[in-house]
Design a protein around this ligand. Structure first.
Ligand code: FE2
Length: 446
């Protein structure tokens, strides 16, 4: 997959282009009230309802809400809830079933299971961090889907969900409309938005960042200026699409770390029109325009931030979503792979396709690694040897897409991840070949 495969031309059918825009869209002409949110009667006998993603009084820049015009108000899509088995879905703070092992960790790809797993039952929590109760931190889930949701629907009150497709395509049928993603793309479903997920062409695998904190937004670019990195026009929101289905449906809610279920005699995806700036969206990571060094050294990996979930402390992200896409390496007299480092932030990494330059072996698509707070990491011995001796011509890193969920909080490893047979217990040995080269009698580089 390369940039050549990106469709040229205008916004694809079914979507509206822009990040954080206030959009308006209607599936029936005249369904949207004009010039007001809540008229005495709404056309077509619709109900008006607001969905608030921020406190009413949040500052303008972070204030998020949408108005939905729907067949029934959401109170008719929920009844009495019963708690259901949460499987291996875990939520921070998880003390009993998630530990903080001291050490760098890496796992091979998790095979797709033989049993039936929907988007909800297919969420396998690998790490948790922070505290969902206080709306801080995140969880990293492996997503293994073998079955479409048909009458089942879901919303997450604990966090927004950033879904990274790695294998197979997914269709998100949401209150706001339909979003399709393929490997190389992401979908973000805000907290509280009801949806169900269908498979398009067979089982799918991916990764999910469940963000308990502030909604993902674009990072400030500072001296980079107005362009490059993730450009706002490449984010796509769905146009309104509704279901008028009178048949038994189910709603599962993730709330306070548990799953609860309720039933109703109709589809909850009954929004005929909506307007506002709180909605699900997608983004093609191959449209990210990477910025880097064009003479020597390279900047901190934050230069690859696609989106950030800010915290109360400026510059200290609740979560950064960072990618390492196709790019040219051109720096002169420079060790080009990521340098060795220790970091106050903790780093969960995954690979969508290709090879990651710091770890040419062992880190494979569908796998993941965890470099927790202050734990040293960097290129393995082979990557160091190669990068230290290779002739420094311009090199295109092609067909590669790695990503990172980086958080200010330590990440706890769940019992599920700890027990996976795919865990590479010898991961730390990838650095054991880094030999001592120091010689006090020789000043020149060796
Ligand atoms: Fe790192």
């Amino acid at each position: 997959m390369s940039r050549d495969t990106i469709a040229s031309g205008p916004t694809p059918a079914g979507y509206m282009s822009g990040f954080g825009n206030s959009f308006e869209t209607e599936a029936l002409p005249g369904a949207l009230p004009v010039g007001r949110n809540s008229p005495q009667k709404v056309n077509y006998g619709l109900y008006a309802e607001q969905l608030s993603g921020s406190p009413f009084t949040a500052p303008q820049a972070s204030n998020q809400r949408s108005w939905l015009y729907r067949v029934r108000p959401t109170v008719r899509h929920t009844g009495r809830f019963v708690r259901i088995d949460r499987g291996v879905l875990r939520t921070a703070p998880e003390r009993e079933d998630a530990t903080q092992p001291l050490g760098q960790r890496r796992w091979g790809p998790t095979p797709l299971p033989d049993d039936k797993r929907t988007f909800v039952s297919g969420l396998f929590t690998a790490t948790t961090a922070g505290d969902a109760e206080s709306m801080a931190g995140m969880a990293a889930h492996v997503l293994l889907v073998t079955q479409s949701m048909t009458h089942e629907h879901f919303f997450n009150a604990d966090g927004e969900m950033l879904v990274v497709a790695e294998q197979g395509r997914l269709r998100f049928r949401t209150e706001f409309g339909v979003i399709d993603i393929e490997p190389g793309e992401i979908c973000v479903i805000p907290r509280g938005v009801v949806f169900r997920v269908e498979l398009i062409d067979g089982p799918a695998r991916g990764y999910v960042c469940e963000n308990y904190g502030g909604a993902f937004t674009l990072p400030d670019r500072g001296p980079i200026g107005a362009n490059c990195l993730a450009n706002p026009r490449d984010f796509l929101a769905p146009v309104a699409a509704y279901e008028d289905r009178e048949e038994p449906c189910m709603l599962i809610v993730k709330w306070g770390g548990d799953l609860h279920q309720t039933e109703m005699p109709h589809s909850p995806l009954d929004v005929v029109a909506w307007h506002g700036n709180y909605y699900p969206y997608k983004y093609d990571l191959r449209r990210f325009s990477p910025v880097g060094a064009i003479a020597f050294d390279h900047p901190d990996p934050s230069i690859f931030t696609v989106m950030t979930s800010p915290s109360e402390t400026a510059g200290t992200a609740n979560v950064d979503f960072v990618i390492f896409p196709e790019r040219w390496a051109v720096a002169e007299n420079t060790f080009r792979p990521p340098w060795y480092h220790r970091n106050i932030m903790s780093e969960f990494m995954g690979l969508v396709y290709g090879v990651y330059d710091a770890k040419p072996e062992g880190f494979v698509p569908g796998g993941f690694s965890l470099h927790n707070t202050m734990l040293p990491h960097g290129p393995d011995a082979d990557a160091f040897e190669h990068a230290s001796n290779v002739e420094l011509k311009p090199v295109k890193l092609t067909n590669t897409l790695a990503f990172m969920f980086e958080t200010r909080f330590r990440q706890r490893v769940t019992a599920w991840a700890e027990g996976l047979p795919t865990q590479q217990r010898d991961y730390i040995d990838c650095w054991s070949g880094l030999r001592k080269m120091f010689d006090a009698t020789r000043r020149d580089p060796r």
